[in-house]
Design a protein around this ligand. Structure first.
Ligand code: PLP
Length: 288
């Protein structure tokens, strides 16, 4: 079995490039114990990171939303990431910036805890394997509710928001599905563990509003693609019943790109023209 950490030669840590095995944190890090940690996922196409600045801005905003300030500005993070891509020689890959609070205190009030930032990059062509884009993936509806505005800072890409995502993936895997679909507290469609969802209904794209879902950078790109393709977009509550009646369903996210869905539980969908057109347009935009 491959080992991600062992495959990485260099990591950018707090302003310096260090050998992968030297990029360590203390076991008493606040971020590890209480999830005071935020991260990003950025795709690299032909050695060029896609929407790098937007992702680093979101990293900074996510940290602020959970109560700490990053000690680096967007420009510094952008150039660190570009340098790392060159050093590691990554062509088609994935960047993972992460920031967390250090080990100066384990008080719930982390006054004095120092924020740290690291960036890693590695080759990663696809999430679900080479066939998934043409054949689609299967989702299982999760028994876990996507944390909403009353229980989490929804627009923060913070570790705490991903605890239920991991539990949902375990449960989906036990059912033989590729990913999980999380619902909101009212039982309406929210998003998958790492991507936004669009359904095609009567030729229009329908996607849930952002109360319970991350307003993904790819989701926003799909709005632009829809406009270019002359497709109507409805950002509105989407019930599970209506989703099951959809003509097509696809997920979208930095890592997933445009990922058609072939089944949700026992309901099946065709991989149709709309998903294909959006996917092709997206690949043009990213330069894949
Ligand atoms: C829960 C969740 N929703 C949606 C997305 C899609 O966001 P983006 O398109 O910005 O990658 C992600 C990935 O970052 C995610 O983790």
């Amino acid at each position: 079995m491959s080992n991600l950490a062992q495959s990485i030669r260099h990591i950018w840590l707090d302003g310096e490039v260090v050998k992968g095995e030297q990029a360590q944190l203390h076991v008493l890090s606040h971020g590890l114990h209480y999830a005071q940690s935020v991260f990003e996922g950025i795709r690299v196409y032909g050695g060029r990171p896609f929407r790098l600045t937007e992702h680093h801005q979101r990293l900074i905003d996510s940290a602020r939303l959970i109560g700490f300030n990053l000690p680096f500005a967007v420009d510094a993070l952008d150039s660190a990431a570009r340098d790392l891509i060159r050093r590691e020689g990554v062509g088609t890959g994935y960047l993972r910036p992460v920031a967390w609070l250090g080990s100066e205190t384990l008080s719930m009030l982390p006054t004095g805890a120092v924020p740290h930032v690291a960036i890693a990059v590695w080759d990663w062509p696809d999430v679900f394997g080479p066939q998934a884009r043409s054949q689609g993936i299967g989702l299982a509806v999760s028994e876990w509710v996507r944390p909403g505005p009353a229980s989490s800072p929804v627009q923060a890409k913070c570790a705490g928001n991903y605890a239920l995502a991991v539990l949902s993936r375990h449960s989906a895997a036990r059912q033989g599905a590729d990913d999980a679909l999380l619902l909101d507290a009212q039982g309406n469609v929210a998003e998958s563990t790492g991507a936004n969802l669009f359904a095609v209904r009567h030729g229009a794209l329908v996607t849930p509003p952002t109360d319970y879902v991350l307003n993904g950078i790819t989701r926003q790109a799909v709005f632009g693609i829809a406009q270019a393709l002359g497709l109507r977009v409805q950002e509105r509550v989407l019930s599970l019943r209506e989703l099951f009646a959809a003509e097509e369903v696809f997920l979208c996210g930095t890592a997933y790109e445009i990922q058609p869905v072939r089944a949700i539980d026992s309901h099946t969908f065709k991989i149709g023209e709309v998903s294909r057109a959006v996917s092709e347009h997206y690949r043009d935009i990213v330069g894949a």
